[in-house]
Design a protein around this ligand. Structure first.
Ligand code: F6R
Ligand code: ZN
Length: 197
């Protein structure tokens, strides 16, 4: 039964239709679009990014969401879709964030495409996990996370995280992640950010 009128209050069960083959959420309530121009400061090669902006400012990623109250006990969910492409050889990616409530985890179930989840903690530890269709990536509490598309088609995941988690972009624009992902002549390379600049 569809009870869309009750979704805002979240005091009544509801269902959402997905096309899992194509990674589409039907009738999302919120749609976030990040263009190349919203990614300034994130890629190593700022000039290559400006060239891309001048060439038409393509979409780097989109997020499709429902409006769930930001409260403990609720669950946020979304489809995260990162497009293929490179900026000076560096693979298209999300900005990346910690959660505002730091001790909240998240799961990403990859539906399409391929890539990597880069993760870091503020104590300096780092990790990466592979995104492949059917593979789930678990992001534990306290780990900042960034999706990187190293493939040739959109990288699409279904994400679920606690209602109150929120986003904290914190040190990410300034510090980035400990490594960057490049793709040159079809070969994926992980380069320590200290070396990539
Ligand atoms: C939510 C979450 C995803 C991302 C989305 C965009 O906690 O991890 O929904 O928000 O993939 O990434 P950011 O927020 O880093 O721009
Ligand atoms: Zn998150």
């Amino acid at each position: 039964m569809s009870e869309k009128g009750n979704v805002g209050k979240l005091d009544f069960p509801f269902g959402v239709d997905f096309d899992l083959v194509h990674g589409i959420m039907k009738d999302p309530q919120n749609h976030v679009v990040r263009l190349a121009s919203s990614m300034r400061g994130h890629y190593k090669d700022a000039k290559a990014l400006e060239a891309l902006v001048a060439l038409g400012d393509p979409v780097h990623y989109e997020v499709f969401e429902y409006r769930i109250p930001e409260q403990p006990g609720q669950l946020q969910f979304c489809i995260s879709k990162t497009y293929p492409g490179t900026v000076g050889g560096e693979c298209f990616m999300t900005k990346g964030h910690y959660h505002k409530v730091p001790d909240t985890a998240e799961i990403y179930l990859c539906l399409r495409g391929e890539g990597w989840m880069l993760m870091k903690r503020s104590d300096g530890s780092a990790a990466r996990e592979r995104f492949l269709p059917g593979r789930m990536v678990y992001v534990p509490p306290l780990w900042g996370h960034r999706t990187v598309n190293s493939g040739d088609e959109p990288l699409i995941s279904f994400c679920v995280y606690p209602g109150e988690a929120g986003h904290n972009y914190g040190d990410i624009e300034k510090e980035g992640f400990p490594e960057r992902v490049f793709k040159r002549s079809g070969k994926v390379e992980f380069v320590p950010s200290s070396k990539a600049g």
